[in-house]
Write a protein that binds this ligand. Structure first.
Ligand SMILES: *Cc1c(COP(=O)(O)O)cnc(C)c1O
Length: 358
């Protein structure tokens, strides 16, 4: 089968060197060599995330880490901020686990504003907030910094951030923002295969988790912390992925450089958004467009399905249709991970050709 170059908002293209790292011979997860690998990854993840907190590694997709946040970190009631499919999922996850919660739901093409959060927190009902920083379903980037500043005003309210499609593509200063968990899967801006999720965990969250009746063993933060202190994980982790993660973090930090990586994402976003506004329109509220993917409003009424089939069959490239109800009404182009400016320009030129755009 022909390989389709992925311009989808997860999974994304994985560089050959990282695929090769997956084939490293196995280490035993209770060996000294494993702990060295674990420590090496820790040190690099802390630099990437501007944090002193331990960064937990989940052998699950990002959804598992979303579950960990709400099952460990809510004593009173959780406020789920909802403006898209993934934030809606986080509300469902919270409710499914029997954790008291309310959703603050707004239109999907709008961003969550700090005042909305303040108004809810002023009720005093909540001790935790979930925020999806970059709503991959709509291409909306919520104002994380401004929202984090509001949450900080409330001493006993913890902030959990889903940064799945932003981490390692956009700068997130976890400690400065006071984020208690900031989670991501590796198949998006890290440009690695799916299968691992990571999240720094604050000290006060570990304290609170001790007071919450255990709702999960696999996602129990205090069990994870116990093993973290030995540079291990409680269960057998996805060891091949750890080799690839270690290698990719070296690339990100030492070869490309963090600032260059963030700047490249900004450049690609500007190019795709300009193209989108020339030929179509962008879906999210102006000023809140994502830096890692563009959600395009299908103002020309093209068949997105046919466009994608031609992209795949004739050019070996793949984009994403709109998410759920936004299918055909929108489509999404990811510009994240290790995709380069020339890759994105090439994709847009091919779409211009297929659609006969000038
Ligand atoms: C992809 C994505 C998820 C889900 O990730 P899985 O790894 O499939 O569990 C959650 N939130 C956001 C914002 C995403 O983009």
């Amino acid at each position: 089968m022909r390989h389709h170059r992925l311009f989808t908002p997860g999974p994304v293209e994985v560089e050959t060197e990282n695929l090769q790292a997956l084939a490293t011979p196995q280490l035993h997860h209770r060996s000294k060599e494993f702990s060295q690998l674990f420590d090496s990854i820790q040190e690099k993840l802390k630099r990437l995330l501007y944090t002193e907190n331990p960064v937990f590694i989940f052998s699950s997709s990002a959804t598992g880490a979303m579950e960990a946040a709400v099952t460990n970190g809510v004593k009173k009631k959780c406020l789920n901020l909802v403006n898209g499919a993934f934030s809606k999922r986080w509300h469902q996850i919270t409710a499914y686990n029997g954790v008291p919660c309310d959703a603050l739901s707004i239109e999907w093409n709008k961003a969550i504003k700090p005042e909305m959060v303040r108004e809810k927190l002023d009720t005093g009902e909540y001790d935790a907030v979930t925020l999806v920083f970059n709503e991959t379903s709509t291409g909306t980037m919520n104002p994380l910094k401004e929202i984090a500043e509001v949450v900080k005003e409330y001493d006993d309210v913890f902030l959990f951030v889903d940064a799945v499609s932003a981490m390692a593509g956009v700068k997130i200063e976890v400690d400065k923002l006071g984020i208690d968990m900031c989670l991501a899967g590796l198949q998006k801006c890290f440009a690695l295969p799916s299968g691992l999720a990571v999240s720094p965990v604050s000290e006060r969250l570990l304290e609170r988790a001790k007071e919450v009746p255990p709702r999960s063993y696999y996602f129990n933060l205090n069990i994870m912390h116990k093993y973290y202190q030995r540079s291990q994980t409680p269960v057998t982790p996805a060891i091949p992925h750890l080799f690839a993660l270690d290698r990719q973090l070296d690339y990100i930090l030492n070869e490309e450089g963090l600032e260059n990586r963030f700047a490249r994402h900004e450049r690609m976003a500007a190019i795709v958004q300009k193209w989108a506004r020339t030929h179509f329109d962008t879906y999210p509220e102006r000023g809140y467009e994502s830096k890692t993917l563009t959600c395009i409003e299908n103002t020309r009424g093209i068949s997105v399905k046919e466009l994608n089939e031609r992209l795949m069959n004739e050019y070996g490239m793949r984009i994403s249709n709109g998410y759920g109800e936004l299918k055909e009404k929108t489509f999404r182009i990811a510009h994240m991970g290790d995709a380069q400016v020339q890759d994105v320009k090439g994709l847009l030129a091919v779409i211009d050709d297929i659609l006969g755009l000038e």
